[in-house]
Design a protein around this ligand. Sequence first.
Ligand code: HEM
Length: 456
Amino acid sequence: RTPDGLKDVHTISSFHLFKSAIKKRGGTDQMYLDFQEYFERDGVVKFFIKGKWICLISDPIIVKNMLLRPDTFPKLDLKEYSPIYSRHLGVNVVHSNGDIWKRYRRVCNPAFKTIPVHFFVETGLKLMNVLERIDNKPIEVMDLMQRFTLDALGKTAFGFDFNNLEDPNNPYVTTYNDVYQGLIHNTFVNIFPLERIPFWLNRAFKKIDKLHNLFDEIIKNKHKFIAAGKSNGDLLELMIKACEDQNNANLTDVELRHNLSIFMFAGHETTADALSTLLYLLAVHKDIQQKAREEVIGILGDSSTPSAEQLKSLKYINMLIYENLRMYPSVPIFSLRKLSEDLKCKNNIIPAGTVIGIYPYGIHHSPTLWENPGKFIPERFENKNLENLEFYGFGGGSRMCLGNNFSLLEQRILVCLLLRKYELSLAPNSIHKDGLKIKRMTEPFPIELVFKRRNE
Ligand code: HEM
């Protein structure tokens, strides 16, 4: 039954959600089109999932206010949402509140200050080797980007090589994918109440525990590595060292594991999706692709890989990255929050206790906030202060993305390497020739691109 306070908020029916999942028409773009009238008029719609009413908020003023007052709009305890998420991610820096969150941030912040860029370059060069072997034939980029970002994140987060680019079927990758593709990012698991079936849940827990064993082993080895006086500069090492600071409370190995798991959760698919849609946009906007290439060649000169200084100067590439994230925000719904007080949203008063999801797609595509929101126009971000734009690709306020610079660097490096060497175009007869077709949430149907070697 709908609670009284939510009666006037428009409902996306469970049948609609089900139909979207089955018909593979569950993209966040289609959801916005189907319910744009209500998002624009009320700034909120609701749906029922995992035994809860969830309100999706797209009103920019309310969203700004929510992000500036995290104590009034705390994150939902994962235990209340899903046993699977809770088992894998525990209490971590994304889903915690108050003092626990502050304690985690004190340990994580210094780790993200010095990002070991060379790992991105090394992994990027490995990806170039894969492309070299393909030789002008169409290749599916979403899979390729997933493999690249997993390898890059494994190395930068804990100095571990998943080797997904060279050997995608190795047991580490399979163990990881069993949890992420099979459970965490699986639409059916997220829509249907499978977690209520004890047999199914037990099997899911076994897969999660297997991945935990791998992470625990990595943490154990890292302690030994540091004790031997060695250094690699990855996030795990920097976090362990930050714990040694007297002002920081020590994190237990389980807390370290929960936070490393959330870095994988928050940083792998997000960057892979962003890179895939960006490469697609470059492939279909040849003029923009050429302008971006000219910037890369102008700044890099003869060097084949970018230095940290050169990366800072890539202004146009940065604009492309932001505009891509505006059009295709790779976090389509922010981590859920629970209202600690009633919330007035235009004509509705949403009662305290309601679960809320911030919906950036609705803000980024609102015709009242952006001119021609469906068009790829990187110049929107030229000389603009991001705070003055209704842009929430990386969140906002004190809970803003901790890995935004990490991801920006990773994306800039890969775009540089690719544009310098290849000309990108959409494969002939692509289903995306009249616009990107999204299958579920932010996941497009496979995108085949041709990487044609340039005559330098
Ligand atoms: C294109 C890539 C990425 C996008 C679009 C993105 C987006 C976001 C967004 C929207 C939030 C805010 C969520 C909320 O308020 O509920 C967030 C938070 C966060 N992100 Fe990212 N992210 C990306 C990459 C990464 C990477 C690579 C990492 C780490 C390796 C990372 C780690 C985090 C963490 C730890 C938080 C939580 C911060 C806090 O609550 O204190 N993200 N991200």
